[in-house]
Design a protein around this ligand. Structure first.
Ligand code: URA
Length: 207
C-alpha cells in the first residue's frame, strides 16, 4: 500500500518534518507535482484548518492556501473573528494532483483517491501531534473523508462541533464547505455567508 510512514522522522519538530516531507515518495503524486506543500503556521496554534490538497498556485509557491481559495478563506476567517495569521493551515494531501486537457494546457485539479489520502495521513498525524490545536476546521468533503472516514457528508455536519478520535487523539472538529466550492457556487454570496457562519461556530468553540 502507498504510505508516507517511512518518510516521517521520529521526534522531529515542524521544520524538520517540512524538510522530510519535501522528499516524500510515499505515493505516486510527487512525480507530477512541482513540490511538496507542507502545512504553514506555528506549533501551539489554537486552530488547524485542513483542506484537500494544494492547488495550482500552492504547487508553484510551495505554501498552502495562497491562491484564490486561500484569499477567500482568509477573508472569511477574519470576518468570523479568527486571525488567519494565528491559524495553522494544511491539507489532507500534500502534493497537487491534476490532469491536463491537452499537453501544455492549464492544469486541472483532480480529487485525490482514498488510497492517496490514507498514504498522506502520517504527515497530518505528525502535524496534529506537534501543533496540538484546540480545534480542527475541516474544509470540504475530501478533507472530511480523510479525517472522519468515507461516510462523511459535509452537508449533514457543517457548522457543528464534532468530537472524534483522529489519528489516536481526541479532537474537536468543525466541518464546513471548501472555499473553492464557494468560488464555484452559483449563489456565491450566499455560499460565502454560509462559510462565515460555520467559521463563527468555530470561533465560539475556541472561546
Ligand atoms: N485548496 C486546498 O484545499 N488547499 C490549498 O492549499 C489550496 C486550495
Amino acid at each position: 500500500a502507498y504510505t508516507a510512514a517511512p518518510f516521517v522522522p521520529d521526534g522531529a519538530g515542524l521544520a524538520a518534518l517540512r524538510e522530510a516531507a519535501a522528499g516524500c515518495r510515499g505515493c505516486p503524486l510527487h512525480r507530477d507535482a512541482t513540490q511538496t506543500v507542507f502545512g504553514a503556521g506555528k506549533t501551539g496554534a489554537r486552530v488547524m484548518l485542513v483542506g484537500e490538497q494544494p492547488g495550482d498556485q500552492e504547487d508553484r509557491q510551495g505554501r498552502p492556501f495562497v491562491g484564490p481559495a486561500g484569499k477567500l478563506l482568509d477573508r472569511a476567517l477574519a470576518e468570523a473573528g479568527i486571525d488567519p495569521g494565528e491559524a495553522y493551515v494544511t491539507n489532507a494531501v500534500k502534493h497537487f494532483k491534476f490532469t491536463r486537457a491537452e499537453p501544455r494546457k492549464r492544469r486541472i485539479h483532480k480529487a485525490p483517491t482514498l488510497r492517496e489520502m490514507t498514504a498522506c495521513g502520517p504527515w497530518l498525524a505528525a502535524e496534529l501531534a506537534l501543533v496540538e490545536p484546540e480545534l480542527i476546521v475541516v474544509l470540504g468533503a475530501t478533507a472530511g473523508k480523510a479525517l472522519l472516514g468515507s461516510s462523511f457528508r459535509v452537508t449533514q455536519v457543517r457548522g457543528t462541533v464534532l468530537e472524534e478520535e483522529i489519528h489516536g487523539r481526541p479532537e474537536r472538529l468543525v466541518p464546513t464547505v471548501h472555499p473553492s466550492a464557494v468560488l464555484r457556487a452559483e449563489d456565491r454570496e450566499g455560499a460565502y455567508q454560509g462559510l462565515v457562519s460555520d467559521l463563527r461556530v468555530a470561533a465560539r468553540a475556541l472561546g
